[in-house]
Design a protein around this ligand. Structure first.
Ligand code: HEC
Length: 108
């Protein structure tokens, strides 16, 4: 009786774990998009087609043409500053950063 139950539990967890991982990842992308919407979208395009509201701000979908978006992790943690004075300085928390990078990758 007992071994049967534990092997049933084992197979249930094998079935469900991939589903859980996928759902967590989707939540992160949504969370990253939410951050972009909140802090960046008034200047940067954050979707796959629109021009940036502020024309000189690069659309986020183009960033990966300049450098791998992972290289932004450090900048986001330390406070991202660009040469352009119109862009305010931002600093993200570590979990926000991974959400945000994942979101940027979803635009590639
Ligand atoms: C007030 C407008 C404004 C807001 C808000 C803004 N940006 Fe920018 N951003 C700019 C401008 C303008 C540039 C172009 C700067 C330049 O070319 O020197 C830029 C450039 C960038 C670059 C490219 C830097 C490079 O050298 O490649 C990144 C990455 C970036 N912004 C990230 C963000 C993120 C992340 C947010 C939200 C947390 C954000 N920006 C919010 C105006 C803004």
């Amino acid at each position: 009786m007992r071994p049967a139950i534990s092997s049933l539990l084992l197979s249930l967890s094998i079935i469900f774990i991939p589903g859980v991982v996928q759902r967590v990842e989707a939540a992160n992308v949504a969370q990253g998009r939410h951050l972009a919407q909140l802090y960046c979208a008034r200047c940067h395009a954050i979707d796959k087609v629109s021009p940036s509201p502020l024309r000189i701000a690069p659309p986020f979908r183009d960033l990966h043409n300049r450098y791998p978006v992972e290289t932004l992790e450090e900048a986001l943690a330390e406070g991202i500053v660009t040469g352009h004075p119109t862009m305010p300085q931002f600093r993200f928390e570590p979990d926000q950063i991974s959400d945000f990078i994942l979101f940027l990758k979803s635009l590639e």
